[in-house]
Write a protein that binds this ligand. Structure first.
Ligand code: TMP
Length: 392
């Protein structure tokens, strides 16, 4: 694997700090990203043991956002019409935002974070609080194989892709379909969205890389949809090669062509990206310095894991940002890892309270701008670093 990006020493992105632990030394690791020229996979180089990240304190809940809720609801409607699945497995069921659109007897969730698995179990959905692997796949499908396996924003968090796809291959019926949804590497590179890289995001997938990985398991992509979630994602529809029901659609060829045209198969593209990231940091720091010099009060909006990468890489802390605002109850009252910026409970933005807002949750820009219409009307400003640092 060839390194192309060094994002410095970073804390665990989802380890929000309690006030009483502020003085404690945080564990940090070197965040570097590399490219494997054999299978085109882009991944972080030093991985963290999964138990450190996905435990009973995992703070991320999918159903906290209106955009995500709607996206999952629309998707399940489409899936039911297209595949009529009788038995579904969801890998990474989180708090049930996808699961709950199905009949309780027709779906099983897999969610290693105990605090989240508890939520869906309470709603009577069968949920295994375990990591997805062959052993678990055998257990879940001992009576019947799955017609559909769904996984969003999860497989990119798991290092051993071979184990995952071996288990998928086992659990899926002959004509079953695997739907994967993850941030698109093409969008990430185009948007200089280097904050897609943090400890949990071991991979950011391209179609050409996924195709290579799937090949070993006689699995193939037959359709790709683009979604707006997480700053631009791909939804891959995957089948076993022996399944002749679904023809490979033009969307797959088109996506591969786009990726090749953009150079996702070449190391030089990633090297260039690395340089863009350095420029992005410089520009962002310039904007913050200027704003601060002009006595603007700056806060952050959406204390995301992505912000953790940006803040720590650019060395932005309370020198620039007074506090963050976030709607997630777990995060409120805690401090962002590394930068140690306080997270306060969300309150509608007002020019009376703040001048400038750093958009940590840039992937929800539309939802946030809709919500903060008044602040924008009053002359309030936002700073974003995507696709390049600017004031909006
Ligand atoms: P994500 O980018 O990892 O999905 O996290 C989004 C974070 O942003 C999550 O902590 C909730 C927060 N958020 C708000 O505080 N207000 C909002 O309006 C939205 C859309 C998200």
């Amino acid at each position: 694997m060839k390194k192309f990006l060094n994002l410095g020493f970073q804390p665990l992105a989802n380890s929000y700090i309690k006030k009483k632990n502020l003085k404690k030394k945080e564990e940090k690791f070197k965040l570097e990203v590399g490219f494997n020229s054999k299978n085109y996979l882009v991944s972080i180089i030093n991985t963290i043991p999964k138990e450190k990240m996905f435990n009973s304190e995992y703070p991320y809940k999918s159903s906290e956002s209106k955009t995500m809720k709607k996206s999952f609801k629309d998707l399940t409607r489409k899936i039911k019409i297209r595949y009529e699945p009788k038995f579904v497995i969801e890998i990474g069921s989180n708090d049930g935002v996808f699961l709950k659109n199905f009949n309780k007897n027709s779906i099983v969730g897999v969610e290693p974070c105990k605090n989240l698995a508890k939520i869906t179990r309470k709603k009577k959905y069968k949920t295994f609080s375990k990591y997805w692997n062959l052993k678990l796949a055998k257990k879940i499908t001992s009576m019947k194989k799955a017609n559909l396996i769904y996984s969003a924003n999860t497989l990119s968090h798991i290092q051993n892709l071979d184990e995952i796809f071996k288990a998928v291959n086992f659990a899926l019926s002959k004509n079953g379909v695997l739907i994967l949804e993850d941030p698109s590497l093409l969008e990430c590179i185009k948007n200089v969205a280097y904050d897609q890289f943090y400890c949990e995001h071991i991979y950011v997938f391209s179609t050409i890389a996924l195709k290579e990985v799937l090949k070993k398991f006689n699995l193939e992509i037959f359709d790709i949809e683009h979604t707006k979630t997480h700053g631009g994602s791909n939804r891959y529809h995957i089948k076993k090669k022996i399944n002749n029901i679904y023809k490979i659609r033009d969307s797959v060829k088109k996506e591969i062509k786009n990726e090749i045209r953009f150079g996702l198969h070449k190391f030089s593209t990633y090297k260039k990206f690395g340089l863009e990231v350095k420029k992005s940091k410089k520009k962002l720091l310039n904007i913050f310095s200027k704003m601060k010099k002009n006595k603007n009060q700056i806060i952050g909006y959406g204390a995301t894991a992505k912000s953790c990468t940006v803040l720590n890489y650019c060395k932005i802390d309370t020198n620039f940002i007074d506090y963050f605002t976030d709607t997630t109850s777990y995060k409120i009252g805690r401090y962002l890892p590394g930068s140690k910026i306080l997270i306060k409970k969300y309150k509608k933005l007002s020019k009376k309270d703040v001048d400038v807002v750093f958009l940590g949750a840039w992937n929800f820009k539309k939802e946030i701008f809709d919500k903060e219409k008044n602040f924008i009307k009053e002359g309030g400003k936002f700073i974003t670093h995507i696709p390049y640092p600017k004031i909006i």
